[in-house]
Write a protein that binds this ligand. Structure first.
Ligand code: AGP
Length: 594
C-alpha cells in the first residue's frame, strides 16, 4: 500500500514530510520521495528506506513551506529510483496511491501528444495527463484527468504556478489534517496525528484545494463546493496502524475478501485467463516453498493435476536444494514465497535455474530477490503482510495457483467457465465466513488450556489441515498436527482420548462420507470433535461437540473458504492466552537464513 503525506503552512516542509513518511512505514513500501516547492518544484527520491532518503544531502537542502511526499509499494515497475514518486510533468508534481488500470492506453495517447515518460509506472501517466488537459485551473484539470482514468486514485498535486496542494480521492483514502494556520494531507490518519486530531475525510469523488488561506472541497463531477465536517480522531496511533483491529493478524484476516479479489483482478476475463507467464511446453511442475507457502503448494498440486492434468511434485525448498533433484528444461519450477526473501526458497530457485528449468514465482513483495530472479511470475497483490503468521498471503497464493491451473487447462483447450465463476465467487463467501469471528472466539474459549490438537482433512483439505495446525502452533504454542483423515488408523488414533481434541475439515465433497466415518472412529474412542462443515446433517450433529458451518464451495476451491475459520480459531486461542499474536516467540516474518 503506498503512503501519501503533504504540508502547507509556515514551517519548513521537508522535516515534516520525512516525519510523515516515517509514520507511514508500517504499511510496507520499497521506495520513497519528497517534493518541496520554493520557487520551483524540487524533487528528491530514492529506492529503499525513508531513512536512506533522509540521509541524502540533497534532502537537507530542500527549503520551502509547501510539499508532498510518498512511500511506494510497487505494483507496476520495479522499486527503483526512477519509479519512485513524486512523478513530474513540466509544471506539476504528483504522488499517487492506487492503480491506473488503463495506463497503457493513456500512456500511448500522451506519448503521441509528445509527452516523454521516464518511469515504468502507471502513476506517471497522471502527471502528464493533468499537464495535457490543464487550461489554467488545477482543480478542473485534475477533475478532467480523473474522468479519463480507470482505477483507484488517491492523489496529491503540486504545481509550479500556484502555492497550493490539490488532493483527490477516488477509491483510495485521502484526508486533510486541519492545524492552526497550517494544513496536512495524508492517505492515513496515522501520519497527521502528531500535528492535529482535527481531520476532514474526503469522500469518493471529492477534490480539495489547500492554500495558505484554508481549504476548499468540491465534488469532482459537478464542481460544486461541498463542506464536509471536521471530525476528531479519537484513535491512538497504534490503533490507526491496525485499522482499528487489535492486531495486524486480525486486520489481515479481515482483508481477505479484498485481497482475494485483488489477486484475481484483471486476470480472469471473458477472454480467459490473463497471466504473463510462460508455461508453453511444460510437461511437469515442481513446486518448492517453505511453511505456509509449502501448504499452498500442496493445494496447488491437487488443483493443477485435477484441472490441467499436468503432473506436479511439491517439495520443501530446504530439502529440494540439497537432494540433487532430477530436473529437465521441460520442467517448470514454481517457487512460492510471500516475502520473496526466504533463503531456502531462493536457493532452490537458483538451483533450478542452474540446471536449465523454467522458473515461475508466486510472490507478494514486488522487487524482492525471488521476484527479480524468476523467469516469470504472478504477484499475489495481497499488500504488506505484517503479522508473522501468514493468512491473506496464503489465500492469495491459492487464488493465484488456481489461476495457473486454469491457464494450463485453457491452453489444453479445456473449458474453464465453471471454475472461473467459482473463483470469482470466493470473496463474497469469505466475507460471510468472517461474520463467524465472534462465535469462533467463543469456541476458542473451550480450548485455551489444551496442550495438543489434531487437524484432519482429505483432498485439498489435507494440506489445509496442515495449515490449520501450523497457524495454531505458531501463535498459541499449542502442539498441533495435521493429517490426512484416513491416516488416523495408521498410528495417530493411538493418541485419541478426551484430552486430544480433533478439528475435522468436513465440508461437502467426494470424500465427505469417509471423513464422517473417521469422525466416528474418533468419537468412539472418547475424542472431542470440532467439525467444519458446509451443511449440518444428523450424523455430524451426533458426532461433533462443536460445529462451524461455512458456505458451500466446489471441492477444488473450498480450501479458501475453509481456511478462514482455522485462521480465526488460532487467532482467538492465542489472543485469549494473552500471547503476542503478531510477533510470536522465536519466529521471524521472513526466514532469510538457512
Ligand atoms: C507461516 O505462517 C509462517 N510465517 C512461515 O511458515 C512462512 O510461511 C514461511 O517462512 C515461508 O515464508 P515466505 O512465504 O515468505 O517464503
Amino acid at each position: 500500500m503506498c503512503g501519501i503525506f503533504g504540508y502547507i503552512g509556515s514551517q519548513q516542509a521537508c522535516p515534516l514530510l520525512i516525519q510523515g513518511l516515517e509514520r507511514l512505514e508500517y504499511r510496507g513500501y520499497d521506495s520513497a520521495g519528497v517534493c518541496v516547492k520554493d520557487i520551483d518544484l524540487q524533487v528528491v527520491k530514492q529506492e529503499g528506506r525513508v531513512g536512506d532518503l533522509k540521509q541524502l544531502p540533497s534532502v537537507s537542502k530542500l527549503k520551502g513551506t509547501l510539499g508532498i511526499a510518498h512511500t511506494r509499494w510497487a505494483t507496476h515497475g520495479a522499486p527503483v529510483k526512477k519509479n519512485a514518486h513524486p512523478h513530474l510533468s513540466k509544471s506539476f508534481a504528483i504522488v499517487h496511491n492506487g492503480i491506473v488500470e488503463n495506463h497503457g492506453t493513456l500512456r500511448l495517447m500522451l506519448e503521441q501528444e509528445g509527452f516523454e515518460f521516464v518511469s515504468d509506472t502507471d502513476s506517471e501517466v497522471l502527471a502528464h495527463l493533468i499537464e495535457h488537459v490543464y487550461a489554467g485551473d488545477v482543480v478542473s484539470a485534475v477533475s478532467q484527468a480523473l474522468s479519463l482514468v480507470e482505477g483507484a486514485v488517491g492523489l496529491a498535486v503540486l504545481s509550479q504556478e500556484y502555492d497550493s496542494i490539490v488532493v483527490a480521492r477516488r477509491g483510495s483514502p485521502m484526508i486533510i489534517g486541519v492545524g492552526k494556520d497550517e494544513l496536512f494531507i495524508s492517505s492515513d490518519a496515522a501520519a497527521v496525528l502528531p500535528h492535529t486530531r482535527s481531520v476532514v475525510y474526503l469522500k469518493e469523488g471529492q477534490i480539495a484545494l489547500l492554500s495558505r488561506s484554508g481549504y476548499e472541497v468540491v465534488d469532482a463531477s459537478s464542481g460544486v463546493s461541498v463542506h464536509p465536517e471536521v471530525e476528531r480522531i479519537s484513535w491512538t496511533l497504534e490503533h490507526i496502524e491496525k485499522g482499528g483491529y487489535p492486531h495486524f493478524m486480525l486486520k489481515e484476516i479481515f482483508e481477505q475478501p479484498r485481497t482475494i479479489a485483488e489477486a484475481l483482478r484483471g486476470r480472469l476475463t471473458d477472454k480467459g485467463v490473463q497471466l504473463s507467464v510462460d508455461v508453453s511446453g511444460v510437461e511437469r511442475i515442481v513446486i518448492v516453498a517453505c511453511g505456509t507457502s509449502w501448504h499452498s503448494g500442496l493445494i496447488g498440486k491437487y488443483l493443477i493435476e485435477r484441472l490441467a492434468r499436468v503432473p506436479v511434485e511439491v517439495d520443501y525448498a530446504s530439502e529440494f536444494r540439497y537432494r540433487e533433484p532430477v530436473l529437465s528444461p521441460k520442467d517448470l519450477v514454481v517457487v512460492i514465497s510471500q516475502s520473496g526473501e526466504t533463503a531456502d526458497t531462493l536457493a532452490a530457485l537458483r538451483l533450478a535455474k542452474r540446471v536449465g528449468a523454467k522458473t515461475l514465482g508466486l510472490v507478494n513483495v514486488v522487487g524482492s530477490t525471488i521476484a527479480r530472479e524468476v523467469d516469470s511470475g504472478i504477484f499475489l497483490r495481497a499488500g504488506p503482510e505484517i503479522g508473522v503468521a501468514s493468512t491473506k498471503a496464503f489465500t492469495s497464493q491459492v487464488a493465484c495457483l488456481s489461476l495457473l491451473a486454469l491457464k494450463l487447462r485453457e491452453d489444453k483447450g479445456m473449458p474453464i467457465a465453471r471454475f472461473a465463476a467459482e473463483l470469482l465467487s470466493l470473496p463474497e463467501k469469505v466475507s460471510s465466513v468472517l461474520e463467524l469471528s465472534e462465535s469462533i472466539k467463543k469456541l476458542a474459549e473451550e480450548f485455551v488450556s489444551e496442550k495438543n490438537f489434531l487437524y484432519l482433512g482429505r483432498g485439498t483439505n489435507f494440506p489445509l489441515a496442515l495449515e490449520g495446525a501450523l497457524k495454531l502452533k505458531e501463535i498459541s504454542y499449542i502442539h498441533a498436527e495435521g493429517y490426512p483423515a484416513a491416516e488416523m488408523k495408521h498410528g495417530p488414533i493411538a493418541l485419541i482420548d478426551e484430552h486430544m481434541p480433533v478439528f475435522f475439515i468436513a465440508t461437502k465433497d467426494s470424500s465427505y462420507e469417509k471423513v464422517v466415518s473417521n469422525m466416528q472412529e474418533v468419537r468412539s474412542r472418547g475424542g472431542r470433535i470440532v467439525a467444519l462443515v458446509s451443511s449440518v446433517d444428523a450424523e455430524v450433529s451426533k458426532l461433533a461437540d462443536h460445529i462451524i458451518v461455512v458456505p458451500y464451495a466446489s471441492e477444488e476451491l473450498s480450501v479458501v473458504v475453509n481456511a478462514i475459520p482455522l485462521q480465526l480459531f488460532a487467532y482467538h486461542v492465542a489472543n485469549l492466552k494473552g500471547l503476542d499474536v503478531d510477533k510470536p516467540r522465536n519466529l521471524a516474518k521472513s526466514v532469510t537464513v538457512e
